[in-house]
Ligand binder design. Structure first.
Ligand SMILES: [Zn+2]
Length: 459
């Protein structure tokens, strides 16, 4: 018995030694209230706009009577098509939800969402939040700058309103009236969805009266109008008169349309996970509005360098743990520790750092985090560039054309070398713009072919 207890004690002590619990060097939970406000005057203006457009569309025979058919939404955002959640785990996820509809019509500070929680807000003006706010994360301003998060039609319909050309980098409520950039889509059942706060100039070129299919591009996530940061405000009404609100989320406290979900596949109330793990040359700087964050992403280091390790969560839940591990090129574990996530946040970010020994093994190291049963992995190079080799034939943006299906994130980060090594008549075709950030490198091998249908940009 004593021996078993002794072994048990030894195992426990080994576990403690092997996996210390470390506090992050920096980071924070981010509340992301992402407030927006629509005064009654704004609604009156929108009703007028939609009523005028309706008249025009009726004259042009483009306004159909509502059909008795349910509207079911697909998710209304996506990553730009040339960003792939690749093995760098910089884009394992890209969004979170900051606010649902406030189902409690009282105010102020009387808030209830469809799930009987309080992820919403109201204002002393009497405004109760009437949409779903979907924010990009991490580095929302960076994502906006590079058009990384697109807004797409949740359901097929007709564009019955468009507003564009309004400032899109607002960080607070406007002090005087300010319009947003938005697309309004009317579905076959007559219901109307708003897609608001879009980036100026990014809206679909389709005119009012044109039809869009489910999943069709509408614009880029921005922060126009009354907005405290880049997010999509997605609001649904039973028809263009904007008198009966729809809450697409089925749940016990949805008093608007009960337990009928308007999603083709409704997401859980919390979608816990890691949106990104990254390595940085300096601590990342977050939440600067509107100048943007300083990402400081870096993929290659030398012995003696300090490596910053960033992790960016969506729906971090109190009581969770994250297991961090760093492996050397020979697959030997170099460091590992555990992190206790103590609070629940819509979004959070944490970073650690360590100093590479001066004789650190050259090659590709990796940084793994296991959270909620999911392994997230990123790699960084020591003593060499982080290389990605295109050795296939076809689009630069097709992971299958890259050695090991590993392609760099775009914009190409500091410390990354992109090698183009095609054989024979094979060609690497740059069919969408590629941004190379300072410290990155492009090398085209001898007898290799690269064709530019779009520009390379150096920043
Ligand atoms: Zn909103």
């Amino acid at each position: 018995m004593r021996i078993i207890a002794g072994i048990f004690w030894l195992l426990c002590s080994m576990m403690v030694v092997a996996q210390p619990v470390l506090e992050p060097a920096g980071g924070a939970g981010v509340s992301f209230t992402h407030a927006d406000e629509f005064a009654e005057a704004d609604y009156a203006q929108m009703r007028l706009l939609l009523a005028n457009n309706k008249l025009q569309l009726q004259k042009a025979n483009l306004w159909n009577a509502p059909m008795p058919q349910a509207t079911l939404f697909q998710w209304p955002t996506r990553l730009r098509s040339n960003i792939l959640p690749n093995q760098n785990a910089s884009y394992a996820g890209y969004y979170g939800i900051s606010n649902y509809i406030d189902q409690n019509t009282g105010y102020p500070n009387l808030v209830q969402d469809y799930n009987c929680g309080n992820r919403s807000y109201d204002l002393s003006s009497g405004y109760n939040h009437r949409g779903t706010d979907i924010f990009s994360w991490p580095f929302p301003w960076h994502k906006m700058r590079y058009n990384e998060v697109e807004i797409i039609a949740g359901a097929a319909g007709t564009i019955i309103g468009k507003l564009d050309g309004n400032p899109d980098q607002n960080c607070a409520f406007c002090t005087s009236a300010c319009d947003w950039n938005a697309v309004y889509v009317r579905h076959a059942d007559g219901s109307v969805a708003w897609y608001g706060h879009l980036k100026s100039g990014s809206l679909t070129s389709k005119p009012i009266g044109a039809t869009v299919t489910a999943g069709e591009y509408l614009g880029v996530m921005g922060s126009s109008g009354n907005s405290t940061g880049p997010h999509l405000h997605f609001e649904v009404w039973e028809n263009e008169s904007l008198t009966k609100l729809v809450d697409p989320w089925a749940g016990a406290c949805n008093t608007l349309n009960g337990n009928t979900s308007w999603w083709s596949s409704q997401q859980p109330y919390r979608m816990t996970g890691i949106n990104a793990i990254m390595t940085h040359g300096k601590a990342p700087v977050n939440t600067q509005c509107p100048s943007g964050e300083v990402v400081n992403e870096k993929k290659s280091f030398s012995g003696g360098d300090t490596v910053f390790l960033g992790s960016y969560y969506r729906d971090q839940l109190a009581g969770q743990t994250a297991a961090h591990e760093i492996y050397m090129p020979n697959n030997t574990r170099y460091l590992n520790w555990s992190q206790n996530l103590q609070s629940t946040f819509n979004a959070s970010w944490w970073y650690y750092y360590f100093i590479l020994p001066t004789n650190a093994a050259a090659g590709e190291w990796r940084y793994d985090i296991t959270h909620n049963g999911v392994l997230y992995r990123t790699r960084f190079a020591v003593g060499q560039s982080m290389s990605y080799t295109f050795n296939g034939n076809g689009s630069f943006f097709d992971p299958a054309q890259w050695l090991g299906s590993r392609m760099p994130s775009i914009p190409v980060p500091d410390g990354v070398e992109v090698l183009i090594q095609t054989t024979g008549a094979n060609v690497c075709t740059v069919d969408m713009p590629v941004i190379f950030l300072k410290g990155s490198k492009l090398t085209v091998g001898a007898n290799s072919n690269i064709r530019f249908q779009q520009n390379l940009q150096w920043q």
